[in-house]
Ligand binder design. Sequence first.
Ligand SMILES: Nc1ncnc2c1ncn2[C@@H]1O[C@H](COP(=O)(O)OP(=O)(O)O)[C@@H](O)[C@H]1O
Ligand SMILES: [Mg+2]
Length: 206
Amino acid sequence: MIKGKLITFEGIDGSGKSTQIKKLESRLKKLKINYITYREPGGTSLSEKIRQILLDKENMELSYISEGLLFAAARAQLVKEKIRPDLDSGKVVICDRFIDSTIAYQGYGRELDVQKLVSINEIATEGLIPDITFLLDIKPENAFKRIDSTEIDRMESVGIKFFKKIRKGYFQIIKDSPERFFLINADQSELLIENEINEIIDEVIK
Ligand SMILES: Nc1ncnc2c1ncn2[C@@H]1O[C@H](COP(=O)(O)OP(=O)(O)O)[C@@H](O)[C@H]1O
Ligand SMILES: [Mg+2]
């Protein structure tokens, strides 16, 4: 049995993850490669319900710890119900955010204990680690210019300073496990980014 591949996209809001995932999907479709895409938090009916709690601007009393645990719970359901079975059936699984988002946002951003978050998430994913992770890197100032202010939700309303911490956090995560990461300069044209990603994908898929 061919084992599938788990490909995750990381980066701050506005870095271009959704844009590049759409391009990758149409390329895989053309190549007749069996793939499926999930966005985090979400992907199962339970996980989507958790997503609503996390993104609701009115839930201001949600503690950082609850936030971290809810992300982990959503991820646990997604892995068990979907990603594991998909990988076992040989699919390429694309994830719009995964464990590194928790470490970057809740760990380095909210300053929760990174090692404990890693442990919680190892439990949640039953040890599943992405085969490759694209980090779309861009300065928060430049990413924010791309985001429509009406779309700014609870997570984005906290500002540039928070996202600078997250960007630094992502760099630290890469230092800690460099093998699976591809650092992409996300502050270039969509086409240049797409080409870089395609070259790497070709190596991994073949
Ligand atoms: N390379 C790029 N250069 C300029 N604008 C971009 C680029 N990639 C994406 N965008 C635009 O920036 C906004 C955020 O992109 P999106 O893919 O939704 O980011 P994310 O999913 O990481 O939040 C969108 O309006 C998108 O069209
Ligand atoms: Mg997106």
